[in-house]
Design a protein around this ligand. Sequence first.
Ligand SMILES: Cc1cc2nc3c(=O)[nH]c(=O)nc-3n(C[C@H](O)[C@H](O)[C@H](O)COP(=O)(O)OP(=O)(O)OC[C@H]3O[C@@H](n4cnc5c(N)ncnc54)[C@H](O)[C@@H]3O)c2cc1C
Length: 286
Amino acid sequence: MRLTEIYDQNKPVISFEVFPPKTDDGLAPLLAELKKLKNFKPGLISVTYGAGGATQGRSLKLLEKISTELNLELMPHLTCIGSSEQSILSFLQKISGWGVENILALRGDYPRNNLDYQPESDVFKHAADLVHFTRQRVSLSIAAAGFPEKHPEAESLQSDINHLTEKVRAGAEAVFTQLFFDNQYYYDYVKSVRAAGITAPVIPGIWTITNLKQVQKTAELSRARIPENLLQKLQAAAEKEVRKIGINHAAAQIRDLIKHGAPGIHLYTLNKADAVTEVLQKVSIS
Ligand SMILES: Cc1cc2nc3c(=O)[nH]c(=O)nc-3n(C[C@H](O)[C@H](O)[C@H](O)COP(=O)(O)OP(=O)(O)OC[C@H]3O[C@@H](n4cnc5c(N)ncnc54)[C@H](O)[C@@H]3O)c2cc1C
């Protein structure tokens, strides 16, 4: 099913994000976790893509497994920075051949801590170039990334939204947001995105906090601000309590987003079903 059909329903669509395991031994356990998450009838499973295309093979292996062994709608991520047209096209053709109908088109970042990395090409500069290329070559339905707290490199939120407009003009039909811990960023962002003339669904990304150090690292990388009162609560809590606070916070965010009419909820799973299951059990989605 294409993105436009998936988000044309009168109830919020649940989607889950997973990443390719480092080795083949990790594939079966991940499929087992996804089987558990099938109970929530997800509209999409998204699969991340390694920065710079260096791990394209691992994404493809996981995508092939999911498409052959689980009857779940897929949205592979694809980054273009440093990649050649040929390697991008080969990925797009492979997934199309498996019956995949959607793609999340991203610029990506050059791999950090990999001094040996050599870009194949500099033909793709921005995600809009990939959206345009994809639209010309295959019939996939395309999504793009949005940043409620501004992309770290952008001069301003408005200039970032102007660039989002370019992605939509090139053919992006849905926007998946960076994670955020304070819904107000999302509500303000959607208002600005609509004011810029974008009508595509904007799907909020939700991270479940289960570990303080991990969330602090994630927040630093993504530049998502942790609200001060939440941070203080997490810092004062024992380890087991952190998980409980995190699950309650994610559930409260989702309840509020649904109340405000969000078209769906995109949950980062970190390849484990347990935390997001606990979150969704606290939320009624109907
Ligand atoms: C939902 C989601 C999923 C993600 N999944 C992955 C993944 O699987 N793998 C991965 O490596 N990374 C992933 N990322 C991270 C993403 O690749 C990075 O955040 C990257 O830095 C930006 O990607 P983009 O597609 O938003 O790029 P772009 O839309 O190209 O934007 C990047 C920056 O360039 C600016 N810009 C855009 N167009 C122009 C222009 N014409 N002129 C000047 N400036 C411009 C933008 O304002 C922004 O600051 C994901 C991010 C999100 C939100």
